[in-house]
Design a protein around this ligand. Structure first.
Ligand SMILES: *[C@@H]1O[C@H](CO)[C@@H](O)[C@H](O)[C@H]1NC(C)=O
Ligand SMILES: *[C@@H]1O[C@H](CO)[C@@H](O)[C@H](O)[C@H]1NC(C)=O
Ligand SMILES: *[C@@H]1O[C@H](CO)[C@@H](O)[C@H](O)[C@H]1NC(C)=O
Ligand SMILES: *[C@@H]1O[C@H](CO)[C@@H](O)[C@H](O)[C@H]1NC(C)=O
Length: 833
C-alpha cells in the first residue's frame, strides 16, 4: 500500500481542487499593443427575449415559452424528400466557420453575462491586429484576442469560465512570437484547417515556453478545464537546438482538447521539448505530428489516451516523468533515437503503467527503455506492448542496466511486464489477444476517427440554427427552443445540411431528436440544456438529446457541443444514442462534454449544497448507448460537478444517478473518455459486446463512504431494467462498500478495455475542503465484474484508495497485493479472457 501522500500532492491531484485560487494569480501582463479593432458587435441578437438570469434558469422568470408552432421552412430550407446522401464536398476558398455571421443577429451570444450583449464569442486574430506574414511580434495581438472581455477588461481571472465562452480563429499564415502566449480556459483556439497557421518562435524569443495551455487563474492544472487547441503548427526551428524551450505546455484538465496539431523542432536539438504535460488530468491528446526535438512529449499527467501521434526525428519520442496510467495508441516512432523513456521519473513519480498499443517503430532505436521497480517499493513502470510493428534489429525493451528484456522481432502480439491476474507479477510474458473483427480496421488496429472540421464543405452546406426562416431559436438560456430545433434538425438531415450552433444556451423542455443524417457542430461548446417537468419523473426517465430511434442505421456526427441540465432533473437521460453506423465512424461524438452542475447556465450551482442528496438528484443517467447503437466517442467527459466554475456556492453536492451505460453489442469505441462523481457507477457495461475503450477515467463521488448521508443505492433505487448494481454484496451499514462502482461489467462479450484510471479521494460529507482526504482507503471495491463475461481483456488499470481493484468473485485482486501508480496497479487483467 502506498505511504501517506502529502496533502499538497493530494490537493494538486484531486480534480476539482480550487484551493488558493487567488494565490496563484500572477499580475496579468497587459498587452503592449492593445490597439485592436474587433468587429462591431452591438445589440442583442434578435429575437429579443429576456436573458437567462445570472443565477441560472428560474422557472418563475422564464416566459411561458413554447413558441408558436413552427412554420414550414421556406426557400432553400424547404423540405424535400431526401435524395441526397450527405453534404457535398468541394474545395471552398475559405473556411466555412470564418464565413458565418459573427456580428449580426445569428451570431453566438453568451446569455449569462448580465445582459451584456456585446461580448464577442467569435474572435478572428486578424481583427485584433495580428499579422500573418511572419513579421514583427504577434504575441500581444493574439493575446488580446484571447483576453478580450468586450468591455475593456480581461477574461483572465475574471472569475467566470462558461459565462464568457470564446472561439478564437487563427487564419493561415505565419505568426511570429517573441514572448509566450497564454491560452485561456473556456476557449476554443482553432487554426484554419484548410491552411493551418504557423505559430513560430522568433529567433530572439524570450522565455522557456512558446504556447502555455495552462491557465493559472484556475488554480491548479487539474482544474484548467475546457481549453481547446486545434489545427495549428507550432514551430521552434528558429531557436538554437541547445536552448531550452517547450513548444507547448499542456498541464491541463478534463474537457480540454489538443488535436490536429503539428510541432516542428530542430532535428539536432538537445533541449527542445514538444509538449510538456506536467501535472494535469486531461484525458485525450489526439492526432499530433511531432518532428525533431530532444523529447517529443514529456508526460506526468494523471492519465491520458494519446491517439495517433507521429514522432519523426525526435531524440526521445516520449518521456514519462510520472503519469499513473498512459495509453499510447497508434503511435509511430519514425527515425527516433528512443521510443519510450521510463527511466527519468523521480523515485516516487515513476509512471504507474503504460500501454503501447497498435504502434509502429520504424528505423528507430530501442522502443522502450525502463527502470525495473518490480522488486523494491512501489511497482511502477508496468508495461503492456500490444500489436507493435518493428522493423530493425534494435531491441524492443531494455532495462536501465542495459539488459534486453524483449529482443527485436517484427511483430509483438501482447507482452506484459507487471501485476497480472490470473497469476502474479509477470516479467516480460507474451500473450495473445484475439480481437473482435467489428472493432478493427483492415490492418487489425482498433478503429479511430478524427473529429470533423468540415473543411471540405462550402458555406452553403451549413444551416445556422439561429437563422432558419420561419423558426425562432433563441439560445438565451431561458426560452424553450425544442420545437424549433426539432424542426430544424429534421429538415437539415433531410436536406443533408450540417447544423451549426452558434454559441448559446439552447434550453429544451422536450426531447431534442437528432435523426439519421444529422451533423451538429458548435461554436465554443454551444450548450443544449434540458429543463422542465418532462425530465423530472424518476420512474419514467426521458432523453434530453436522443440520437436516432431504436434500430436506426445511418450517420450522426456531433462535435464541439456541451450538454447540460438547467436544474436538477431526476428523470433526465442527458444523451441517448440508439442509432448504429453502417460503417465504423458513421456515428461519432467528439469533444463534447456533458456537465451536471458547476456551470453558469444551471440553478444547480446555487441550489445543491445540502448533504442530503435526495434534494439534488440532478440526472437519471448521463449517457446511454442503447442495445441497438454502434457509436464512436472521443474526448467525451461526463462531469457531475464538485465545485462551480462560474461562482455561486463554494461547493456543490450533487447526485447524478448513473454515468455512462453501454448496452451496445455491434461495436462501440470509447477513446479518451472520463466519467466523474456519478452515484451508482461511472461506467456500466451491461450485456455489452464488442467494446473498445482507450482510457476510462473516473472519480468516486466525494460525499460517499464513511460519513455519507446516504449509502448506496439511496437516494436512488437500483433498477434491474437498467442493469444497475444493487450493492447486495455489501453489509447494510457498510459505507465504504456502498460507494460508486468505477467500471461495472455485467456479462457481455468481446470487451477490450485499456487504461482505467479509477480514483477515490474523499469520504463524506462534502464541503469543498480538498485537504480533507479520506483516511486510509476511501472505499472497498473499485471495479466490478459479474455474470461471467464471455471475453474480457483489461490492460493498464490504476486505482487510488480502494481495497479491491476488481470485485469479480474469483480473485478479487487487492491494492495491497498489486501496488503501484497511485495505489493499485494492474497491467493485465485476464480473469475472463
Ligand atoms: C426566481 O425569480 C423570482 C422573481 O424574480 C424570485 O423571487 C425568486 O427568488 C427566484 N428564485 C430563485 C430560486 O432564484
Ligand atoms: C406545412 O406544410 C404541410 C405539408 O405541405 C401543410 O399540410 C401544412 O398546412 C403547412 N403548414 C403551414 C403552417 O403552412
Ligand atoms: C514542465 O512543466 C512543469 C510545470 O508543470 C515545470 O515545472 C517544468 O519546468 C516544465 N519543464 C520544462 C522543461 O519546462
Ligand atoms: C494511425 O495514425 C496515422 C497517422 O499517424 C493515421 O494515418 C492512421 O489512419 C491511424 N490509424 C488508425 C487505425 O487510427
Amino acid at each position: 500500500m502506498r505511504s501517506t501522500i502529502s496533502i499538497a500532492a493530494l490537493v494538486a491531484a484531486a480534480t476539482g481542487a480550487l484551493i488558493n485560487m487567488r494565490d496563484e494569480i500572477p499580475s496579468p501582463a497587459p498587452p503592449s499593443a492593445y490597439a485592436f479593432t474587433p468587429p462591431e458587435v452591438t445589440g442583442k441578437p434578435q429575437p429579443i427575449f429576456p436573458a437567462g438570469p445570472p443565477g441560472g434558469l428560474n422557472d418563475s422568470v422564464v416566459p411561458s415559452d413554447i413558441p408558436d408552432a413552427p412554420k414550414n421552412l421556406t426557400g432553400d430550407n424547404k423540405v424535400t424528400a431526401a435524395s441526397c446522401s450527405g453534404p457535398v464536398t468541394s474545395s471552398p476558398s475559405s473556411y466555412w466557420m470564418a464565413q458565418m455571421d459573427h456580428t449580426g443577429d445569428a451570431r453566438g451570444y453568451a446569455p449569462f453575462l448580465n445582459d451584456y450583449y456585446t461580448f464577442p464569442v467569435w474572435r478572428n486574430v486578424l481583427d485584433y491586429g495580428a499579422e500573418n506574414d511572419g513579421s514583427g511580434d504577434q504575441a500581444a495581438a493574439i493575446q488580446s484576442a484571447l483576453n478580450n472581455d468586450g468591455r475593456n477588461g480581461n477574461r483572465y481571472s475574471s472569475g467566470v469560465v462558461t459565462a464568457e465562452p470564446a472561439h478564437v480563429f487563427i487564419p493561415g499564415g505565419t505568426y511570429t512570437l517573441n514572448t509566450q502566449l497564454d491560452l485561456r480556459i473556456g476557449t476554443i483556439i482553432m487554426g484554419d484547417p484548410q491552411n493551418p497557421p504557423i505559430l513560430k518562435a522568433a529567433a530572439g524569443f524570450s522565455g522557456g515556453t512558446l504556447i502555455n495551455g495552462y491557465d493559472s487563474a484556475t488554480g491548479h492544472p487539474e482544474t484548467s478545464f475546457l481549453t481547446a487547441l486545434r489545427n495549428v503548427i507550432i514551430d521552434t526551428t528558429a531557436i538554437d537546438g541547445a536552448t531550452s524551450i517547450v513548444a507547448l505546455q499542456w498541464g491541463v484538465a478534463q474537457g480540454c482538447v489538443l488535436g490536429n496539431v503539428k510541432i516542428n523542432m530542430p532535428s539536432n536539438s538537445a533541449r527542445h521539448i514538444g509538449i510538456n504535460l506536467s501535472h494535469g488530468s486531461t484525458i485525450a491528446v489526439t492526432d499530433v505530428h511531432i518532428t525533431g526535438g530532444a523529447i517529443g512529449i514529456q508526460n506526468s499527467n494523471q492519465q491520458v489516451n494519446f491517439k495517433n501521434i507521429y514522432f519523426k526525428n525526435c531524440r526521445t519520442a516520449y518521456g514519462a516523468t510520472g503519469g499513473y496510467t498512459s495509453l499510447l495508441q497508434n503511435v509511430t516512432f519514425d527515425t527516433c533515437g528512443l521510443g519510450v523513456d521510463l527511466t527519468v521519473g523521480e523515485a516516487d513519480k515513476l509512471a504507474g503503467n503504460l500501454v503501447l498499443l497498435d504502434s509502429t517503430s520504424t528505423n528507430s532505436g530501442t522502443t522502450v527503455h525502463f527502470t525495473e521497480s518490480s522488486t523494491s517499493g512501489n511497482r511502477n513502470n508496468q508495461i503492456t506492448i500490444q500489436n507493435l510493428k518493428h522493423d530493425n534489429s534494435n531491441p524492443i525493451a531494455v532495462n536501465s542496466a542495459g539488459q534486453t528484456k524483449l529482443a527485436a522481432t517484427n511483430f509483438v502480439d501482447t507482452w506484459v511486464w507487471g501485476n497480472a491476474v490470473p497469476g502474479s507479477f509477470q516479467s516480460g510474458t507474451s500473450h495473445t489477444t484475439t480481437r473482435s473483427s467489428s472493432l478493427v480496421d483492415s490492418g487489425g488496429n482498433f478503429f479511430t476517427a478524427d473529429a470533423p472540421t468540415y473543411a471540405g464543405y462550402a458555406l452553403d452546406q451549413f444551416v445556422n440554427v439561429k437563422s432558419v426562416s420561419g423558426y425562432q431559436v433563441n439560445g438565451d438560456g431561458a426560452t424553450d427552443d425544442s420545437a424549433s430545433l426539432n424542426a430544424i434538425l429534421a429538415q437539415a438531415a433531410a436536406n443533408c445540411k450540417i447544423a451549426y450552433f452558434p454559441y448559446g444556451v439552447y434550453v429544451v423542455k422536450s426531447t431534442l431528436f437528432v435523426p439519421a443524417g444529422s451533423r451538429l457542430v458548435g461554436e465554443a461548446w454551444a450548450v443544449i440544456s434540458g429543463a422542465g417537468s418532462t425530465f423530472k419523473n424518476v420512474d419514467s426517465p426521458q432523453p434530453v438529446v436522443k440520437v436516432g430511434n431504436l434500430g436506426d442505421v445511418g450517420v450522426v456526427h456531433i462535435s464541439d457541443m456541451r450538454l447540460s441540465v438547467a436544474e436538477p432533473l431526476p428523470g433526465a437521460i442527458i444523451l441517448q444514442v440508439n442509432i448504429a453506423g453502417a460503417s465504423p465512424g458513421d456515428v461519432g461524438i467528439w469533444n463534447t462534454p456533458i456537465t451536471i452542475g458547476g456551470t453558469a447556465e444551471t440553478t444547480i450551482r446555487n441550489v445543491c449544497t445540502d448533504q442530503d442528496t435526495s434534494s439534488c438528484m440532478a440526472a437519471f443517467l448521463a449517457v446511454h448507448l442503447t442495445s441497438s447503437s454502434s457509436a464512436y466517442l472521443q474526448n467525451v467527459w461526463i462531469w457531475t460537478a464538485d465545485h462551480n466554475l462560474d461562482g455561486g456556492s463554494g461547493y456543490t453536492v450533487i447526485s447524478t444517478g448513473r454515468g455512462l451505460l453501454c448496452e451496445a453489442t455491434k461495436a462501440t469505441w470509447l477513446v479518451g473518455t472520463g466519467s466523474e462523481h456519478n452515484w451508482l457507477y461511472n461506467y456500466n457495461f451491461n450485456s455489452a459486446s464488442n467494446v473498445f475503450a482507450g482510457l476510462l477515467q473516473t472519480e468516486s463521488p466525494y460525499m460517499q463512504g464513511d460519513g455519507a448521508t446516504y449509502l448506496e443505492p439511496a437516494p436512488w433505487v437500483a433498477k434491474s431494467t437498467y442493469g444497475d448494481p444493487d450493492f447486495s454484496w455489501c453489509g447494510v451499514g457498510d459505507g465504504r462498500c456502498r460507494t460508486s462502482v468505477s467500471v461495472n461489467i455485467n456479462g457481455g462479450n468481446n470487451m477490450y478495455l485499456y487504461n482505467s484510471a479509477s480514483w477515490a479521494f474523499f469520504n463524506g460529507p462534502w464541503s469543498g475542503d480538498y485537504s480533507n482526504s479520506c483516511s486510509g482507503n476511501c472505499q472497498v471495491n473499485m471495479n466490478r465484474v459479474s455474470r461471467t463475461p464471455g471475453k474480457l481483456y483489461w490492460y493498464g488499470t490504476g486505482t487510488k484508495s480502494a481495497d479491491v481493484l476488481f470485485l469479480d468473485g474469483k480473485s478479487n485482486p487487492a491494492e495491497s497485493n498489486n501496488p503501484g501508480g497511485w495505489g493499485g496497479n494492474m497491467v493485465a487483467y485476464g480473469q475472463f479472457s
